[in-house]
Design a protein around this ligand. Sequence first.
Ligand SMILES: Cc1cc2nc3c(=O)[nH]c(=O)nc-3n(C[C@H](O)[C@H](O)[C@H](O)COP(=O)(O)OP(=O)(O)OC[C@H]3O[C@@H](n4cnc5c(N)ncnc54)[C@H](O)[C@@H]3O)c2cc1C
Length: 315
Amino acid sequence: MSARASSRQQEGHGESQVSAGVAVLGGGPGGYTAAFRAADLGLDTVLIDNRATLGGVCLNVGCIPSKALLHVARVAAEAETAGQLGLRFGAPEVDLDATRAFKDAVVQRLTTGLATLAEQRGVRVITGSARLRSPSVVEVDHVDGATAVSFEQCIIAVGSSAVGLPGLPRDPRVMDSTAALQLADVPGRLLVIGGGIIGLEMATVYDALGAKVTVVEQLDALMSGADSDLVAPLYRRIAQRYEGVHLSTRVESVSAQRKGLVVSLLGPDGSRSSEMFDRVLVAVGRRPNGATISAENTTSVAQSRPSRIVHFGRV
Ligand SMILES: Cc1cc2nc3c(=O)[nH]c(=O)nc-3n(C[C@H](O)[C@H](O)[C@H](O)COP(=O)(O)OP(=O)(O)OC[C@H]3O[C@@H](n4cnc5c(N)ncnc54)[C@H](O)[C@@H]3O)c2cc1C
């Protein structure tokens, strides 16, 4: 908990007590902007997030680190094509520790900036896991114990988490996007399950770093929902570049073996094949975190006084 929040707490029955005009659950782009606005309007605001740093998924493990790494991929791609301009560079030599440090520094700069902005506005930040105890109290579990935050208004902006696939082995070589962004190593062969934007961004990064990438998508198009005229050139590029881009193909199983992850694929014509990969990234979508905060404890009041608790944010 921040010093500011603890300075206002009172000791209760084994938990500290804090009261606020507005409690904002979730410190991502939805939550921190709401908290800053509330504070700017003169409301006494508490911002609660379970991460060590503000910024939510976007700044910590989403938009920002992925864009930092895409910048690296972009530079590598430009150096590769510069030969057409008469400028020839050698094959890139990847210093993974330096690349990771670059990405981490970008994230740190932005999350630190957010903490400063919160402090400047007098927003009290509590680091811990929140659940609604009642229509006017949120309970926060944190390293120092628990805090009960009583509020007049509550804004819920707890974001989303990566969805897994049932039956996949618990193995560090099976990653979600957060693990993939950690850049533990550059796998020889990487399978990306899911041809959506997150899977394809990470495929771009790992391809640039030297991995042989395969993408599997169960629908018949990449980034379904995006304009097909925009997706077509991307498809042409990666179909040439990657080891495989398999549409209308499903992953049936993944088996963790000492030498690698053996993945069984079901193709569009019903044929089955099996391949071994060094790592697998599961990027099959995200689900809202709303179900994890005991929002049902607020139902009666949310129905009778609908303006008091507001849910918002993006998945
Ligand atoms: C790899 C990746 C790349 C992305 N790239 C882009 C991009 O380029 N552009 C773009 O627009 N979007 C991108 N996104 C999506 C973007 O991150 C989300 O749309 C955005 O973060 C949603 O903001 P939010 O505030 O609603 O939720 P979040 O950012 O998810 O923030 C919610 C916060 O609430 C916390 N929380 C959850 N439950 C609790 C609880 N019970 N108690 C306390 N805290 C809790 C979470 O830990 C999190 O810190 C990307 C996502 C990923 C995963």
